[in-house]
Design a protein around this ligand. Structure first.
Ligand code: ATP
Ligand code: SF4
Ligand code: MG
Length: 334
């Protein structure tokens, strides 16, 4: 089997708050093959963004990576110097953020801000850099790229700004795109267009993608494999078909049951009620002992609060962290 492009092992990120340490990412493992899309899903606050910022070594202070390994194309990113990491960011790994309005510089034209990136990474002169930017704007479906180069971000619609952000991510032919909720702030029709664009670009350019989202509908359309996170830990990873057809972890099952499905008959005469996951994500300054999902888990037993389930392979390519599904575990300190 060929080695994955990205191989994250036991990644842990810690924040020191005034009262105690918080671990929003606690021993997270996932891998992405070349040309593959991994959907990273979970409720708000489960650690998806923090994990992807960790990959770029851009965890905001006072957070820091306190453990693990991030293998990327055979090198350990945690062992690189900051200049080596800076050279890799934007070039080999590029990010598309949730809010295109905030991720573009309002004071610079599109041509100038994207041109500077490509000039720096590829050591191109200004005219060549702008030509490259215009090519990319065309590739992401922006009409009249020459005119757009001279415009400022506020002159573009939300969908257009996100296309510019995608073009920016592609400027230096990245091997991996990290897309964090890339459609959350867009209208529904624009969301569909941006997702179609990302998928077609990924196929054309053979780029791998980490797609961070809390929307199971989005991963259903886009992902080859899915990692489900809860409260900073991985619950389950498998190929998308297995996650949707035969999920094993109680949290994955609950997440899927909370998604409206066209094939389910709802009583149209009454207000539809969808099954939801009771309770809330725990306060990460005081996470529950043992399995962090146990206070909300419909299948919890007493042992679930006494042991920490470990990510355990249950079938080829299928990893689950639940003692009731046969996962290994370690006792938690009394
Ligand atoms: N400055 C901070 N100090 C302490 N903890 C923090 C800080 N910033 C983030 N966190 C913790 O990180 C957790 C995970 O945040 P993250 O942004 O990764 O969640 P997410 O899964 O991306 O959620 P969303 O779907 O809302 O984007 C938060 O719940 C919070 O506990
Ligand atoms: S280990 Fe226990 S609490 Fe956690 S998901 Fe499995 S059954 Fe539920
Ligand atoms: Mg997030």
């Amino acid at each position: 089997m060929t080695a994955p492009l990205l191989d994250v092992e036991a990644l842990s990120i810690e924040f020191q708050t005034p009262s105690r340490k918080v671990r929003p990412v606690d021993g997270v493992d996932f891998a992405i093959g070349r040309n593959q899309t991994l959907g990273l899903v979970g409720e708000s606050g489960s650690g998806k963004t923090m994990s992807s910022l960790g990959l770029l070594r851009l965890v905001p202070r006072p957070g820091r990576i306190v453990g693990g390994r991030i293998g990327f194309d055979g090198q350990d990113l945690l062992a690189l110097s900051e200049p080596e990491m800076a050279a890799l960011r934007g070039r080999r790994m590029a990010m598309v953020f949730q809010n295109p309005a905030y991720s573009l510089n309002p004071l610079l034209t599109i041509g100038r801000q994207l041109g500077e990136i490509v000039a720096w990474h590829e050591r191109l002169g200004r005219a060549d850099a702008e030509a490259r930017v215009a090519d990319l704007l065309g590739l992401v479906g922006i009409a009249d790229p020459g005119a757009r180069l001279r415009q400022f971000p506020h002159e573009l619609s939300g969908g257009m700004k996100q296309r510019v952000c995608i073009a920016r991510a592609l400027l230096c032919d990245p091997w991996l795109i990290l897309a964090d909720e890339p459609t959350t702030n867009l209208d529904v029709t624009i969301q569909a267009q941006i997702l179609d664009l990302l998928r077609s670009l990924k196929e054309r350019l053979h780029t791998a993608m980490l797609l961070v989202t809390h929307d199971m509908g989005v991963v259903a359309r886009m992902a080859d494999r899915i990692t489900v996170m809860y409260a900073g830990r991985v619950c389950e990873t498998a190929d998308a078909r297995t996650i949707f057809r035969a999920p094993l972890h109680p949290y994955t099952i609950a997440l899927l049951e909370s998604v409206p499905r066209a094939d389910r008959a709802y009583d149209r005469g009454r207000r539809e009620t969808l099954p939801v996951i009771g309770g809330r994500l725990p306060d990460m300054t005081h996470p529950p002992a043992g399995c962090r999902f146990h206070p909300r888990c419909p299948e919890a037993i007493a042992e679930c609060s006494r042991v920490l389930p470990l990510a355990t392979p249950v079938a080829p390519g299928h990893v689950v962290s639940c003692i009731r599904r046969g996962s290994a575990s370690i006792p938690v300190a009394a």
